[in-house]
Ligand binder design. Sequence first.
Ligand SMILES: Cc1cc2nc3c(=O)[nH]c(=O)nc-3n(C[C@H](O)[C@H](O)[C@H](O)COP(=O)(O)O)c2cc1C
Length: 354
Amino acid sequence: MKVMAINSSARVGKESKTEIVLDHLVKGMREAGAEVDVINLQKKKINYCIGCFTCWSKTPGHCIHKDDMSKELFPKYVESDLIVMATPLYHYTVNALLKTFIERTLPVAEPFLELRDGVTRHPRRHPQKPVVAVSVAGFPEYSVFDELSSYMKYLFKDKLVAEIYRTSSEIMSVMMKEGKVKEALDATVQGGRELVQSMKISDETMETINQPVSDFESMAPMANLYWQTCIDEKVTPYEFKEKGLAPRPNSLETYAAMMQMGFNKEKAGNTSAIMQFLFSGDVQGECYFKIEPGQFDVVAGKAESPDLTIATPFEVWMDILTGKADGQQMFVEQKYTVEGDVSLLMRMNEFFGE
Ligand SMILES: Cc1cc2nc3c(=O)[nH]c(=O)nc-3n(C[C@H](O)[C@H](O)[C@H](O)COP(=O)(O)O)c2cc1C
């Protein structure tokens, strides 16, 4: 089976969540024996359709443009056995690059009008090949894909054999190796295999692929913190990552959420400890880390008998957390105080490191 896998994302590599999902699907397809040609549209020269209808009249089936679409992509599009169209969701639909590609497939049709299933269509010069739609979106609600899905269904009718839509796409980079994100990506590989074997994906696999991996309540506070940090530091998301920055918590809740996300259970091993924080300054309050083998919780309030107590202005601790200040230097300058098992403090980098 020859598969043409089109990726219209403007981003590349791990930055592109479209690419991550597509990579998993392609992996499964190749495992099942398909010959898959992955095409990054942003690397191709594709002019806009100019609506001249040359491809319908003067040179039937051939576009007037002499670009990558005419020379390479259109022939591949009509010759492949299966087409995968992967796009980031932009303003609730396909992005402009994929739309440009789709518009340039006009030569597949003839100009005449005919009624098919009660609606006006054009006869086809080349039969429509089965299509798999793939998209990723930042928002957590599956309904963000409603418009895209309805467009794909109208366009490809019963030739649309699968719709792979990943919500909460941006958390994939931080959670790829665990939980529901991993489950969904593993199922996407399986979906690729099934498509090659039977030109469809079973309901069970489909459900796991498209399952929610987050919701507004767990996603929004961290996402908002992240964007606020980008704005404050005047960096793009790409620069944020390059510089190794961390979102700067602005409340006890966001501090707890961030610590919960960043704790490395493997590194902590068999450690059992309670670390108490007493915050003063702009954000006041108490919370403690309850570390147990394979388990980590941030609990609001005071613990009965903590192994270590850190009393610090919130801002000082956040400066240390985000790398703006050196923890040891701040300790020497008595910007914060510690009481109890100081070795736990020394292991903080380990507990929250990669
Ligand atoms: C111009 C633009 C429009 C977007 N529109 C939406 C949208 O309507 N709904 C949504 O949930 N996410 C939207 N997003 C977020 C992207 O879908 C999300 O970041 C996705 O991961 C992008 O794909 P990529 O990682 O391959 O670049 C938009 C992003 C951009 C840049």
